[in-house]
Ligand binder design. Sequence first.
Ligand code: GAL
Length: 389
Amino acid sequence: MSSTLKKAAAGFATAALLVGGLAACSSERGGGSTPEPTDGTTSETSDAPEEPAAEVASVGIAMPTKELERWNRDGAHLEALLKDAGFETSLQYAENKVDVQISQLQNMVNAGVDVLVVASIDGTALGPVLQQAADNDITVIAYDRLINDTENVDFYATFDNYRVGTFQGEFIVDQLDLANQAGPFNLEPFAGSPDDNNAKFFFAGAWDVLKPYIDEGKLVTPSGKAPASNDDWATIGIQGWKSETAQSEMQTRLNSFYAGGEKVDVVLSPNDSLALGIAQALDGAGYTPGDDWPILTGQDADQANVLNILAGKQSMSVWKDTRDLGDRVAEMIKSLAAGEEVEVNDTETYNNGVKVVPSYLLDPIVVVKDTVEEILVGSEFYTAEDLGL
Ligand code: GAL
């Protein structure tokens, strides 16, 4: 965290110093200008103990890609919240290209932002640019995905990623009644992008639930693609969370290991973009919803996947109301700008290889066909028309 904001986080009494300090700090930075406050106050510091000037802090928002539905919602919501609160914002998408995201972050640093909000593509690749941010007194908030191997991450805001996985594992156990059934049931597991720090938490949450049933022989994996332990999750990872890659992998498994009439009973998909590709492969292999279609998990409640849930082509999704995540990050930024303590609720889980990053975890929610309308339309995340209801 920048030295200026460290002083600020010490408590409200320093607000005048913070605001002045922030203005002084950002005007000292190389490169771009500090946007003038929109309420007519000056951003100059002064000795007289005046009302703290309203500092229009500048926020850089770095999102991974527009290709995956949820990030469009994340970026738009956070940008709107911050603009409404009087902040200057720069929202950038890097189309899942790490070098593009790094140069976008460098540009934000050079433009003199006060805070960076980063949903990283590769959480291990940002050390040098975040050192530049720290050198310029910029506070860094990791958004949804932890940034690793650097001390220059001040806060992390996300959903409980391990819980996402346990919801998926528990759903499979319940649906197959594994406590009482002998099986064996054919399970095909998938994992997320190997460069995404979240992916190992999703997998561990699910595998910790499912592994005992695998060891007991109630769940078997004809493709052999069942990681021996949580540490081996990346062996079944899908780079960039690409639907088409998941589709092709599922097609290969179906063609190679299910050509003799064997059926897949359950697919562990960590998120909806993979589930979409897997569903297309199942369609192509002649599986029929309501007949032999396997249990298929997901995450994010993407619109296409919710439609698949309603059509019986996906069994559940773990919904993360990304509006809540944006609200939380906006609160963090407002606290920083006001010199108040930033609220966190987890100071133990997320060790990024250099330090445990103070975090705020939100709760994910399971959505199934019978609860789509109550949860997703009821919360106005979608309209009934969005979902053909
Ligand atoms: C994860 C994110 C998930 C998932 C995936 C693809 O990091 O937490 O919501 O959808 O990326 O965007």
